[in-house]
Design a protein around this ligand. Structure first.
Ligand code: LER
Ligand code: MN
Length: 285
């Protein structure tokens, strides 16, 4: 992947692409834009300039795949990733449930989301679908291994997201996910750092990003209050510098609240991208 030229004598900045998180369905989980009106979200993302969208999917069976293919292609958008948390938030399917049968159903749903991601060339996110850890660590690892094996067979990367302690009791930090990836000892698995969660869990966000290094496979950007960057107090210049330092070249996905409303939030995210990232990278504009 070619990078944009950096300052004279400096290493080139890796190319990254902006994406924004939408939802096909109305979601209990807040930071998804145009939830329940995916077409509006796709049109808005494209009009504003995004190169890609991340779609939070409850069950891929709910979605018209052909229509989505047509829309994405007509709008010139890529699918950066499929988010899977709604399977837990809406349907109670938890990869770490106490009941083996629920874990099996959660793995099946994750596989269906992975097949959907494969069709569009995106990654699949393993975040909220791990719910609260009610099974043993070995049982959780076994469920994760099945998810990763299925994804590997389809050329899809699984991005495991550390999520803050107020949302889950399992895998809150970058260090915990790094250790887990070592234990899984299976590919293709990467870490998905989300700046909102990192602001709660990591002593110094940029130091943890540097430590994660080449394991970073996708990034979620949101400010300390889940608004678009600039709405809170995270230092995004430091975040960008850390991603530059580790040579991260991949999607940078905004996962933000529809505050004050969907359209304003999409535009605020784009304006942050333009101010902090796009002048150093090749976006669509
Ligand atoms: C999902 O990407 C996320 O960040 C979590 O807050 C979901 O629970
Ligand atoms: Mn996230």
């Amino acid at each position: 992947m070619t990078g944009a030229a950096g300052p004279a004598g400096a290493a080139p900045v890796p190319e990254r692409k902006p994406s924004i998180a939408l939802s096909a369905t109305r979601a209990g989980f807040g930071p998804l834009l145009c939830a329940g009106d995916l077409e509006r979200g796709l049109r808005l993302a494209a009009e504003v300039g995004f190169a890609a969208v991340e779609i939070s999917v409850r069950d891929p069976a709910d979605l018209g795949v052909r229509r989505l293919e047509k829309l994405l292609s007509a709008l010139g958008l890529q699918l950066s990733a499929v988010a899977t948390g709604q399977s837990f938030y809406t349907d109670g399917l938890n990869l770490c449930d106490r009941e083996a049968e629920i874990r099996v159903r959660a793995v099946e749903r994750f596989k269906a989301c992975t097949d959907f991601a494969a069709r569009f060339g995106g990654a699949v996110i393993l975040g909220g679908i791990r719910g609260l850890q009610a099974c043993s660590r070995e049982e959780a690892l076994e469920a994760f291994r099945q998810c990763v094996a299925h994804a590997g067979g389809r050329g899809v990367t699984v991005c495991i997201e550390p999520i803050n302690r107020y949302e889950t009791d399992f895998l809150n930090t970058i260090a915990e996910v790094t250790a887990l990836i070592g234990e899984l000892n299976a590919g293709p698995v990467r870490i998905l750092p989300d700046t909102f969660h990192m602001n709660i869990e990591e002593p110094v966000i940029e130091d943890s990003l540097r430590r994660a290094g080449a394991l970073i496979g996708y990034v979620h950007l949101a400010d300390s209050n889940r608004r678009a960057p600039g709405g809170g107090h995270i230092d995004f210049a430091a975040v960008r510098a850390a991603l530059d330092a580790v040579g991260y070249a991949g999607y940078v996905g905004f996962e933000i609240l529809p505050v004050p409303d969907d359209e304003t939030a999409v535009r605020q995210a784009w304006s942050h991208w333009s101010d902090y990232w796009a002048h150093r990278e090749r976006g669509r504009r």
